[in-house]
Structures are given as structure tokens and as C-alpha cells.
Design a protein around this ligand. Structure first.
Ligand SMILES: [Zn+2]
Length: 240
């Protein structure tokens, strides 16, 4: 039995009334997001786009940085086991900012492309630890980090996430200071570059050369509009 005095009864009544009003005015306030809430969406993207990851153990977590909202990680010790544990981490600041759903899905597809690299590496038989060391080696120097992140964007764009990735960068840029913005524009594709890549993707599909072009670019990653145009010319892809 719970003893309720008049004051508590009144306070509970006010709280119930306020929650009802908030629920009616803004249903999203009632749905407090946490990183674990992303798991169903991550599983959906895997089922639709990365079937090779369907059996992996995937968890979520959080991290804190001023200019970054999502990252792909792993539990180090688990890499020595048969069943590695991969983790997609989220900056909790994201829950206070309204990220469009298409952009959210695209940035998660980018992060899962990293997970794919940890899991499969360049050859399917390689040990997970070997794959991860290979990725970490690419992150060591700024130039190879640029190539690696552009290649990861390419993976997402060629899997159909170009429009969402463009939307994500457009959403992100106004949140950054000048230095952070310059770095993001150097390390990842800008909206204009994503548009050029989507046009190339569409032309290569029509010409039956999509996988050929992707293979070429994964080896020789274009880092700017000029290099994207060079690839388009190299494959004889024109709009006419
Ligand atoms: Zn990345």
C-alpha cells in the first residue's frame, strides 16, 4: 500500500496532465532516443545493403567529440575470438539536433562500410585482427585517411545512399567552425562531389559499367571534382 497525501496526489495529477499535453503537442518528446534505438535501423540497412554482415555481432555505444557524430568501432579483445563484436557509436548531441531520417540512414551506411572492412578486409580469409590493423594503418597518415574515407563514401554512394549522404553533409556543415568545415570538406565528399558521383553512377548503370567503374574507383579513389570528371571521361560516360 502506498500512502498518498494531498500534496503528492496533486503533484502526480499535474505530472500526468503535463505528460498528456506534451504527448499530444509533440509525440517525439516522449520517444527519448538512445544509441541502442539505432540497432533496428542498422539491422535493416544490413539486411537491405550488406547481406555479408547479417551474422555479425553488432552493438551500439556513445562517444563525445565536437565535430563528429557517428563512428564505427569494435571491442578489441573480441577480435581474438571467433565472434568479434563490432560497435557503431553515436555522439549523444545528435538527439538534441534534428537529423533527417534519410541522412541518418546514409551516415550509418557509411559507418557499416567501415564495419565491413573490419570484418572482411581485402580477402575474405584474413583474420579479423589483420583486417583491423590494415584499416588502422590507413588512418595513420592524413593523406591515406583522406583516401580511405573517400573510398568509404564511395561504397555508400554506389549502394544507393548518395542523396542521404549529400543531405547529411548539408546538415552537418552549418554546425562546424571554419577549421572543422575545411577538414570535413577535405576528408569526405562534399555535396557537389556527391552529385557528380551520382551522375556518374547513373550513367555507368545505363552503360552496364557500374561494377567496373566502382572497382576502378575503389582502386584509384577520386578526391575532387576534377578527378571524378577524369574517371567519367575514362569510361566514356556522357549524358548524350
Ligand atoms: Zn568514416
Amino acid at each position: 500500500m502506498v500512502k498518498i497525501d494531498t500534496f503528492s496526489f496533486f503533484r502526480v495529477g499535474i505530472n500526468v496532465f503535463l505528460s498528456l499535453i506534451l504527448g499530444l503537442v509533440s509525440p517525439s518528446l516522449a520517444l527519448a532516443y538512445t544509441d541502442a534505438d539505432l540497432l533496428p535501423l542498422l539491422r535493416e540497412i544490413i539486411a537491405e545493403t550488406y547481406p555479408e554482415l547479417k551474422d555479425i555481432t553488432l552493438t551500439t555505444g556513445s562517444f563525445s567529440e565536437s565535430d563528429s557524430f557517428f563512428q564505427s568501432n569494435f571491442e578489441l579483445q573480441s577480435l581474438f575470438s571467433e565472434q568479434p563484436i563490432y560497435r557503431i557509436e553515436v555522439n549523444p548531441r545528435i538527439w538534441r539536433l534534428s537529423l533527417p531520417p534519410l541522412a541518418l540512414k546514409a551516415v550509418l551506411a557509411h559507418e557499416l562500410a567501415h564495419t565491413r572492412d573490419y570484418h572482411l578486409g581485402k580477402n575474405a580469409g584474413a583474420h579479423k585482427l589483420q583486417n583491423v590493423l590494415c584499416v588502422l594503418n590507413q588512418l595513420r597518415l592524413y593523406e591515406s585517411l583522406r583516401t580511405y574515407e573517400h573510398r568509404t563514401d564511395l561504397q555508400a554512394i554506389f549502394r544507393g545512399f548518395g542523396p542521404g549522404l549529400k543531405q547529411y553533409r548539408e546538415w552537418l556543415y552549418p554546425l562546424l567552425n571554419a577549421e572543422e568545415l575545411a577538414r570535413k570538406q577535405e576528408v569526405y565528399y562534399t555535396p557537389a562531389e556527391i552529385v557528380a558521383l551520382m551522375q556518374a553512377l547513373s550513367l555507368s548503370e545505363k552503360a552496364g559499367k557500374k561494377s567496373e567503374l566502382l572497382h576502378y574507383w575503389l582502386e584509384k579513389v577520386p578526391l575532387n571534382l576534377v578527378e571524378i570528371q577524369m574517371g567519367i571521361r575514362q569510361f566514356g560516360l556522357t549524358g548524350s
